[in-house]
Design a protein around this ligand. Structure first.
Ligand code: HEM
Length: 478
């Protein structure tokens, strides 16, 4: 808490300083005379980043009071930051500082040797062979959601599909992680986690936020929410450590995990931080990827029709299994293309430790470097007709030879998303299962815009009508 208060004082002092531009740094687009690009960052970063990507191509300097800031746009610059010179780029940024308040020192927020060890210990739990065991949970939870949709009358008002998907992915995340369903509306832990995510986002985007040591109503609610989560997790971890046994969830895998080099396992605090990190990192990202996919399919009937043909050919009337995924390559392309246009992780931040160079421009030590998957995924040098929704871009023929870091929905380099195989398996199974039964139609007049939180969601809601597909209508699932 003392650290947090002093970093607050440092932030205020820094914000009052004007930072001179580096003549050897990337060009700075025009901005406000006094506030530079601070207004852009608050009001419309993705629109401006995308325009600057088309106009400047490599990297730009952002003028923000109190910060040296560079936005790296070219895939080579992205690769340099995330992979080739990753050791020069830390997660000591405001965004990660705020996440640390409730995630603690888990895989997303930790650094250095500690992170390396945790990643080494956790990696086997995310190996394809281990996570395949979770497919049945994903399929069963989706079948329950579809059975509920099937009871809706044909003239029912539009449903907020984004909300439905959040509940679904929260259920899948909590069952696969802890063996418990926390998605129920009445579930205090689910509520607490949702509040912590929203509040953390507010703290990141606010010009200043009040340190947690000050007992404002918001801060008290925040600390209470952390307590609700810890009161569930810590006794659960203690009990599992006392009586290890017949559990097949991610927590069991983390409890069993041992460092290959030292033979050590994780402490209860580390297990708590990793569990809450995996939950937070895993469910909102996947639900947003799916929500955007249904939005895009609702707007592109031709693509939806091809998807239905593939799913019908591969599955007929039966529920999917994991073994069906290879027979549905277009389903995967649809998700990949949806994450190109609307990457849930729309911004990635780092801070340079030492002076460096990006695309020939100097980046001074201490500079905050932002990566914008949203803008780089629309880089006109790498993507033809970048605004078009065209899943065939991800067919093997068209993807061959594309610069690796032109597409980075899961980040890259040593800090690449550890859950990416889990997320792709979940998204493909859910998309196939929903598409088999329903065509989702955007409610007439619905205005859907990207809403920037920690992840990018369609908002303010995603009202859609679920139409039973084809002459068969909704079929019993399972
Ligand atoms: C569509 C879904 C997902 C997207 C778009 C996504 C995206 C990302 C991105 C971009 C990063 C890198 C962040 C950075 O470099 O600063 C990341 C890291 C991470 N993700 Fe995901 N993620 C998804 C699903 C998941 C799932 C399902 C899990 C767990 C079950 C997960 C767990 C993590 C963890 C633990 C990290 C930190 C890895 C490390 O630094 O070692 N993610 N994710």
């Amino acid at each position: 808490m003392i650290d947090e208060a002093s970093s607050f004082v440092r932030a205020v002092t820094r914000a009052l300083r004007t930072v001179p531009l580096d003549p050897k740094g990337p060009p700075a687009p025009p901005g406000d005379r006094f506030l530079g690009h601070a207004g852009v960052l608050r009001d419309d970063p993705i629109g401006h980043f995308t325009r600057w990507c088309a106009e400047y191509g490599d990297a730009v300097t952002l003028r923000v009071p109190g910060e040296h800031m560079v936005l790296a746009l070219h895939p080579d610059a992205v690769k340099h930051v995330l992979q080739s010179n990753a050791k020069n780029y830390t997660k000591q940024t405001r965004g990660f500082d705020k996440m640390r308040l409730f995630l603690g020192n888990g895989l997303v927020t930790s650094e250095g040797d500690f992170w390396k060890r945790q990643r080494r210990i956790a990696a086997p739990a995310f190996h394809r062979n281990r996570i395949e065991g979770f497919a049945d949970t994903m399929i069963g939870a989706t079948a329950d959601m579809l059975a509920r949709w099937a009871t809706l009358p044909a003239d029912a008002p539009a449903t907020d599909v984004a909300r439905e998907l959040t509940t679904l992915t929260m259920r899948i995340a909590s069952v696969t992680l802890l063996g418990k369903d926390l998605s129920g509306a009445a579930d205090a832990v689910g509520d607490a986690l949702q509040f912590l995510t929203l509040s953390t986002n507010d703290r990141i985007t606010a010009l200043f936020d009040i340190p947690l040591t000050v007992p404002t109503p918001e801060n008290r609610r925040y600390l209470q929410a952390v307590k609700v989560v810890d009161d569930l997790l810590l006794p659960l971890i203690a009990e599992r450590q006392r009586t290890p046994g017949a559990h097949h969830d991610l927590l069991a895998m983390l409890l069993e995990a041992r460092d290959e080099e030292t033979g050590e396992g994780m402490t209860p605090q580390q297990l708590r931080d990793e569990a809450i990190t995996i939950f937070a990192a895993g469910h909102e990202t996947t639900s947003n990827a799916l929500a955007w996919t249904f939005y895009l399919l609702g707007r592109h009937r031709d693509v939806a029709t091809r998807l239905y043909d593939e799913v019908d050919r591969a599955l007929g009337d039966r529920a999917p299994t994991l073994a069906d995924l290879p027979a549905m390559p277009f389903t995967k392309c649809v998700i990949q293309e949806s994450m190109r246009l609307y990457p849930p992780a729309w911004i990635i931040g780092r801070r340079a430790l030492a002076d460096d160079e990006l695309c020939g421009y100097r980046v001074a030590a201490g500079t905050q470097v932002l990566l914008s998957p949203f803008a780089t995924h629309r880089h006109p040098k790498f993507w033809e007709d970048p605004e078009a929704f065209d899943p065939d871009r991800f067919s093997p023929e068209r993807a061959a030879g594309r610069a690796a870091y032109a597409y980075l929905p899961f980040g890259g380099g040593p800090r690449v998303c550890i859950g990416n195989a889990f997320a792709m398996m979940e998204a493909q199974l859910i998309l196939a299962q929903v598409s088999q039964r329903f065509r989702l139609e955007l409610a007439p007049g619905a205005r859907v815009e990207p809403v920037r939180g920690i992840t990018l969601s369609p908002g303010p809601a995603l009202p859609m009508h679920m139409r039973a597909r084809g002459p068969r209508g909704p079929q019993p699932v399972g």
